[in-house]
Design a protein around this ligand. Structure first.
Ligand SMILES: [Zn+2]
Length: 352
């Protein structure tokens, strides 16, 4: 098993398909179903520098996934129904659940028509500041800064650092370095101060990004009325909850929800943790979401849903539809659970 495992990990997604290994792994790792995680859905863009490309898929890839699921007679269900099936222990049919984070306008323009065509319900998790038009999408601001700058001067840990943006490889390396640095800063204010300074220095209008990309409350209203759409909470500011005091983290969850409920007059009982990985959501956040009364909360940890997920309703893993892997041959790999099992070192549940 050990040799097999390391071979599979080395070989990656494409090889899982080519070797057919996902078919061997399916009975062990496919679980009851999957919650898919998406961000942007929009046509491919020409720009050479797209360091956030993993956060967007083209409509054709979404269509291919929907067709794949329908062809295999896998139920496409709401997050409410995922909750229902988990608490009732109803695993008679496999399921897929679609969730889209942040509330991007392209979700309405490109995802909604496809979801309608396939009569597939989905959830959009809304960060309330994004709907307000005051949110900070710093990872996109950073992309725009690097795309514009000929080189970047920045102070990291009290040392002046010069970063090259002259070639595609250099731009990507600079993005990775700065993204990593920003994510590790102690607080949201630190991130906002640093990205704000970079935007000013390199002439990027950071305040426009949110309004350009995210749906306003008025735009969300028709979606709230659409029977296919569930709206969930995604905090107020889209901060790293694990880095906040317990009081602030809890407020981000409950006030973020209250703002959605006030603006859209719909009960909001599902949550997605911003960033959602191990450094942004852990045991404390899972407990806070439970205490706040959310029926489910999803992370960005990779994994399928298993019967034992019923005991971890505010720590549900998801399967990313990642823009860097938009090859339709990997669709059966994603629904087999092999890809996420590989990333979890072949444990079914990543409980740490
Ligand atoms: Zn998000």
């Amino acid at each position: 098993m050990k040799q097999f495992r390391s071979n599979v990990i080395r070989a990656g997604l494409g090889a899982l398909y080519l070797t057919g290994a996902h078919n061997l792994l399916r009975p062990m790792f496919a679980g009851a179903g999957a919650i898919f995680m998406l961000h942007h859905v929009r046509p491919r863009r020409d720009a050479g520098f797209q360091p956030n490309a993993h956060l967007e898929i083209a409509p054709e890839f979404l269509r291919a996934m929907l067709a794949h699921l329908r062809a295999r007679d896998i139920d496409i269900i709401t997050i409410d129904e995922v909750h229902q099936r988990l608490i009732e222990g109803d695993f008679s049919r496999r399921f897929a659940c679609f969730t889209l984070d942040d509330g991007y306008r392209d979700n309405r323009d490109f995802a909604l028509p496809l979801m309608r065509e396939f009569e597939a319900p989905f959830t959009i998790y809304v960060a309330s500041d994004f709907a307000e038009g005051t949110g900070h999408l710093w990872w996109i601001a950073l992309e725009r800064v690097i795309a514009k700058a000929t080189s970047i001067e920045v102070e990291i840990g009290r040392a002046a650092v010069h970063l090259d943006t002259g070639t595609p490889v250099a731009r990507q390396a600079t993005f990775d370095r700065l993204h990593d640095w920003l994510r590790r800063l102690p607080g949201e204010h630190d991130i906002q101060r640093e990205i704000g300074a970079l935007c000013t220095r390199y002439g990027v209008d950071e305040t426009a990004i949110c309004r350009d990309l995210c749906m306003s409350w008025d735009e969300l209203k028709p979606l709230a009325d659409d029977p296919l759409v569930t709206l969930g909470a995604h905090s107020i500011t889209h901060c790293n909850l694990a880095r906040q005091s317990e009081e602030i983290a809890s407020e981000e969850m409950t006030l973020g929800r209250a703002r959605i409920e006030n603006a859209l007059q719909r009960p909001t009982i599902h949550l997605a943790y911003p960033f959602g990985d191990k450094i942004a959501a852990g045991a404390r956040e899972f407990a806070l979401a439970h205490a706040a009364g959310f029926k489910t909360a999803v992370t960005t940890r990779p994994g399928m849903i298993f019967p034992e997920s019923a005991g971890r309703l505010t720590a549900l893993p998801r399967v990313s539809l990642n823009g860097n892997y938009q090859d339709t041959r990997i669709l059966p790999v994603l629904t087999s659970g092999a890809a996420t099992a590989m990333r979890n070192g072949f444990r079914r549940i990543d409980a740490a």
